[in-house]
Design a protein around this ligand. Structure first.
Ligand code: 5AD
Ligand code: SF4
Length: 477
């Protein structure tokens, strides 16, 4: 029996996973890997690829870093505090390395890409630095370290999608899984470090995506989330075999449809949509399939057109409102969530007020909200002064957070008294007498366990009461 677990942090939340049995197969038989992930869902998905690569070499995974031969930390650079958290965590590994000098400590992901070999100078503890496109090189890099060298590979690729690697489902509930459909980002939002850390945008072969969804379904999974920095620009043109006719290019709407057809019992979610790219075709495809969940994460960042232009978002307030109108027209029951940044360079009080009024217009179900944090190397860092004092950024953030709390409660209150189709994901965090799962709109629903139903089943739940984040109800099937 093998413990497969890593700590997951999704937007400041920490979760822990379950044990999974896996057989080591390769030459590193029995060596133990501990991997911990920070940042976006894409990073968690990448950790599953990393685990798969090393398990192929014979590694086992462990949930206890003190037992590990190799400790990896898959990092995020999106805001300064994300990087600070990683540095603090590395300090905690120091004591373990002191006791076990053979321990290999690796930094993966966005911070590795951003800081490159500088990381090795700044953090003496670190032996390996590997960027998001170089994970296939990990076995080789670990060998280098074991020969007494430090090892770095931060090459970005225009092709790598890890399409042929079957991710090991870390931290899985056996019901929901992520499928990475593309990598990188070509958008160049001025605040954002991602284009520098994850490189150019490239889409993964749709056939491998559909196969992964089918395999997951066959293994009992009932929900997949398709991941990309900008899923709406997914585009894959199959390579033509000699003598064959060319196959048509597959766009995101086509891909959604293909994955939805795997089974009506497989729920499809996706993230992240870009307001400039989300098409009516995508919205109509969502409306057409009951199993494509009615939930869109549509980051607005700011409600003011001048700030949006400085952010290089390539849409304005009117355009964004038009997209929201289209969503509500085509799918009146669709939930919408967003990301908001307060205190971007030169933002005035009036411009901030337009973000608040945008929130009133959309009434988001959920929002991730941040104070602007200047990132070295970004367009904003080069072009604009980070001139909004920290206390003003924070005050504006508090206003945004307070408003969102009211809207979240308003939206969830509307779900009380209604019946929701819920996929049972597991037991509630608070009590094993309750199940939890999400409705179509991605709201967490908690309800008493009913012995007729198990994890992975769909049930109909009547909403009876709520908090601002959870609907509480009972099964009525
Ligand atoms: N400062 C603050 N928030 C940022 N985000 C991205 N870059 C920054 C930054 N420099 C936020 C955006 C993005 C989300 C993932 O993180 O809102 O959509
Ligand atoms: Fe963080 Fe962005 Fe990298 Fe994800 S892609 S880990 S959010 S910097």
């Amino acid at each position: 029996m093998l413990d497969l677990l890593h700590t997951t942090k999704t937007h400041d939340e920490t979760r822990q996973g379950e044990a999974v049995e896996l057989a080591p197969t390769g030459k590193a038989d029995g060596r133990k890997l501990y991997i911990e992930s920070y940042g976006c869902q894409m990073n968690f998905s990448d950790s599953e690829i990393v685990a798969s690569i090393l398990i192929d070499q014979g590694y086992e995974t462990t949930k206890d870093y003190k037992q590990a031969d190799v400790v990896f930390i898959n990092t995020c650079s999106i805001r300064e505090n994300a990087e600070q958290r990683v540095r603090n965590r590395l300090k905690e590994f120091e004591a373990v390395k002191a006791k076990n000098p053979g321990l290999v400590v690796g930094v993966l992901g966005c911070m590795a890409e951003r800081l490159k070999s500088k990381f090795l100078e700044e953090e003496k503890l670190v032996d390996v630095v590997v960027g998001p496109d170089a994970y296939r090189d990990l076995p080789n890099l670990i060998n280098k370290v074991e020969d007494g060298n430090k090892a770095v590979n931060v090459l970005l690729s225009r092709e790598e999608t890890y399409a042929d690697i079957s991710p090991v489902r870390l931290n899985s509930n056996g019901v929901s899984a992520f499928i990475s459909i593309m990598r990188g980002c070509d958008n160049m939002c001025s605040f954002c470090v991602v284009p520098f850390t994850r490189g150019r945008e490239r889409s993964r072969d749709y056939a491998s995506i559909v196969k992964e969804a089918q395999d997951l379904y066959n293994a009992g999974y009932r929900e997949v989330t398709l991941l990309g920095q900008n899923v709406d620009s997914y585009k894959y043109t199959p390579k033509v075999e000699e003598g064959n006719d060319p196959l048509p290019t597959v766009n995101f709407a086509n891909l959604l449809e293909l994955v939805a057809q795997v089974s009506p019992e497989l729920r499809i979610r996706f993230s992240t949509s870009h307001p400039k790219d989300i098409t009516d075709e995508v919205l109509y495809t969502m409306a057409k399939y009951e199993n494509i969940c009615k939930y869109i994460h549509l980051p607005v960042q700011s409600g003011n057109s001048r700030v949006l232009e400085l952010m290089n978002r390539t849409y304005d307030r009117q355009w964004y409102m038009g997209r929201v109108d289209a969503i509500k027209r085509i799918m009146p029951d669709c939930a919408i969530s967003t990301d908001i940044i307060t205190g971007f360079c030169t933002e005035t009080e009036e411009e901030h007020a337009e973000t608040l009024s945008m929130m009133d217009y959309v009434k988001y179900d959920f929002a991730y909200m941040f104070a602007y944090s200047e990132r070295p190397g970004t367009l904003a860092a080069k072009r604009y002064q980070d001139d909004i004092p920290e206390e003003i950024k924070k005050r504006r953030l508090t206003e945004v957070v307070n408003k969102q709390q009211i809207h979240s409660l308003e939206r969830i209150t509307q779900y009380v008294g209604k019946v929701h189709k819920v996929l049972i994901e597991g037991f509630s965090k608070r009590s094993d007498k309750d199940y939890c799962g999400r409705n179509d709109q991605n709201t967490m629903v908690v309800f008493p366990v009913d012995a007729r139903f198990k994890v992975g089943d769909y049930v109909h739940v009547l909403g009876e009461s709520c908090t601002s984040a959870t609907l509480i109800g009972k099964i009525i099937d």
